[in-house]
Design a protein around this ligand. Structure first.
Ligand code: S3P
Length: 433
């Protein structure tokens, strides 16, 4: 499906964007390993998270939906049943990497595969440490790519330095650590999103987190059973980011984004927009399900300044960097994004996706191996862009369409459903044309 987004007069109104994708995945996965029934309120029903539901059902976890609530009937730390067919992980890196960690600690065999994009994404980063813990794993190209076969086993804890600050790798190892002998430790130079740690703590796991000169450390002791919990999932800051960017860029805009997760490992994009001079305010800050949330008020911000994204800021805005690059085209001066090589192995090569598409709509940008340099105050002519079937590229360029002269047409625009099924409807509700 192609979608054309034209210049808008303003964005106005209130919006509760869909629930957080990272927390929704973890709510299903961790509850599957608990004893008893967990209730998940405001579960994100989108492509990736429904893949997780499907995969855990294939391992005989009963998951029921009733009146908007998801009931996950956990079977304990090693209660998953061997699936009788290949597990299909769709487009979801989070489902794949976390589930590899889970299966490593079960006495089962499974094979995993995924769509064209997922089969190109690196998996050795999880397979290597899981092997060190004692799991039997192999995959295409010496274990780098799906399809992957895994046989779980008796695991032993390891100490692992998570150099890329990947939350998926950290989470996989903590989940494997739940059944391992002794202690599993993950050390990060910069703390990545910590939803797994927070949820495991609330379920009664023996988990400890600390900071020192070397960065952030998490320790988990195996063998401690998990309690079922009730989880109310807040709105996803990565989805809210698109409309925040829209309100900042489109004249006369004012929007209120409700109940958004503002965990400091996730809200780097909003902090960076503020640093650029955007009119953004957190109001009514509160706690929900062990996570900080707020309503975010965003207004049109004509005086944006270019910024440099520092290495230690990257994990907290990793999924929003493409969007930040698009906003930067309207700021005064240059914006520099470096040390972000990980963008090349997301749902698409997001450096290439941004650079090629910006050029296609008449915008200048310099490509770096690990990022890009964006010149500010550029006119957006418009034209056709390729989403590369990457949800965040489709949504980001839709937002840029709102300030384009001739409109932006997005190829394969329906991929937004991976994280945000009603994105175009919500855009229609807020926009005045
Ligand atoms: C995620 C972690 C990040 C992020 C992804 C979701 C998670 O990936 O980009 O969208 O839920 O743990 P990495 O772990 O590869 O950095």
């Amino acid at each position: 499906m192609e979608k054309t987004i034209k210049k808008a007069k303003s964005l106005k109104g209130k919006l509760r964007v869909p629930s957080d994708k990272s927390i929704s995945h973890r709510a299903i996965i961790l509850s599957s390993l608990a004893n008893g029934t967990s209730i998940v309120k405001n579960f994100l029903k989108a492509g990736d998270t429904l893949t997780t539901v499907d995969v855990y059902r294939k391992m005989e976890i009963q998951i029921d939906e009733d009146q908007g609530l998801f009931f996950v009937h956990g079977r304990g730390l090693d209660g998953l049943k061997e699936p009788d067919d290949v597990l299909y992980m769709g487009n979801s890196g989070t489902t794949t990497r976390l589930t590899l960690g889970v299966i490593a600690g079960q006495k089962i065999f499974a094979t995993l595969t995924g769509d064209d994009s997922l089969r190109k994404r690196p998996m050795k980063r999880v397979l290597s440490p899981l092997k060190m813990m004692g799991a039997h794993v192999d995959g295409r190209e010496k274990g780098e790519y799906l399809p992957i076969a895994i046989r779980g086993g008796n695991l032993r804890g390891i100490e692992f330095f998570n150099e890329r600050a990947s939350a998926q790798v950290k989470s996989a190892l903590l989940l494997a650590g739940l059944t391992a002998s002794r202690k599993t430790t993950v050390i990060e130079p910069v703390m990545s999103r910590d939803h797994t740690e927070r949820m495991l703590k609330s379920m009664g796991a023996q988990i400890k987190t600390e900071f020192d000169e070397g960065g952030y450390r998490v320790h988990i002791l195996g063998g401690k059973e998990l309690n079922a919990i009730d989880i109310d999932v807040p709105a996803d800051p990565s989805s809210a980011a698109f409309f925040a960017a829209g309100a900042v860029l489109v004249k006369n805009s004012e929007i209120l984004l409700e109940e958004v997760l503002i965990n400091p490992t996730r809200d780097g994009f909003f902090r960076k927009l503020k640093e650029m001079g955007a009119n953004i305010e957190y109001i009514n800050q509160r706690e929900q399900a062990g996570e900080p949330v707020a309503d975010i008020l965003v207004k049109y911000s004509p005086d944006l300044k270019g910024v440099t994204v520092e290495k230690q800021e990257i994990p907290s805005m990793i999924d929003e960097l493409p969007l930040l690059a698009l906003v930067a085209t309207q700021a005064e001066g240059e914006t520099v994004i470096k040390d972000a090589k990980e963008l090349r192995v997301k749902e698409s090569d997001r450096i290439k996706s941004v650079v090629e598409n910006l050029r296609a709509i008449g915008v200048e940008v310099e490509e770096l191996e690990d990022g890009m340099i964006i010149k500010g105050k550029q006119n957006i002519k418009g034209g056709i862009i390729d989403s590369f079937k990457d949800h965040r590229i489709a949504m980001g360029f839709s937002i840029l369409g709102l300030i384009s002269e001739e409109g932006i047409t997005i190829k394969d625009a329906e991929c937004a459903t991976i994280s945000y099924p009603n994105f175009y409807d919500d855009l229609e509700k807020l926009a005045n044309w």
